[in-house]
Design a protein around this ligand. Structure first.
Ligand code: SF4
Length: 99
């Protein structure tokens, strides 16, 4: 996992949100220096597409989850991965990254 002291170039990594785990608490939005995330309210259709347990969790937390609004800005600092108490965020290294 990336440490907070090791930044990469924008586009080297893409954050991946596990929608079965995300409870929309917004830790990622608070720690990301590049405003990659936003908390939003799921539509009824989006909730219906979640696995049953995830649907219960989301409903219990106000129907919110994080979404990526500027994934291309991610510098791979790892703050979001460390901050999420649900371990709902991972970083995927893009194939063009040379580190
Ligand atoms: S790794 Fe850093 S820059 Fe990338 S989304 Fe997470 S907090 Fe933002």
């Amino acid at each position: 996992m990336q440490s907070n002291s090791h930044k990469h170039n924008p586009g080297d990594f893409t954050p991946v949100i596990n929608t079965s785990k995300c409870e929309g608490d917004g830790e990622c939005t608070m720690v990301c220096p590049n405003s990659v995330f936003k908390i939003y309210h799921l539509s009824a259709e989006e909730k219906d597409r979640l696995p049953f347990i995830a649907r219960l969790k989301v409903s219990a937390h106000g129907g919110k989850q994080a979404r990526l609004i500027h994934a291309e800005r991610c510098e791979g600092c790892g703050n979001c991965v460390s901050a999420c108490h649900e371990k709902a965020v991972k970083l995927k290294k893009n194939q063009t990254a040379d580190t």
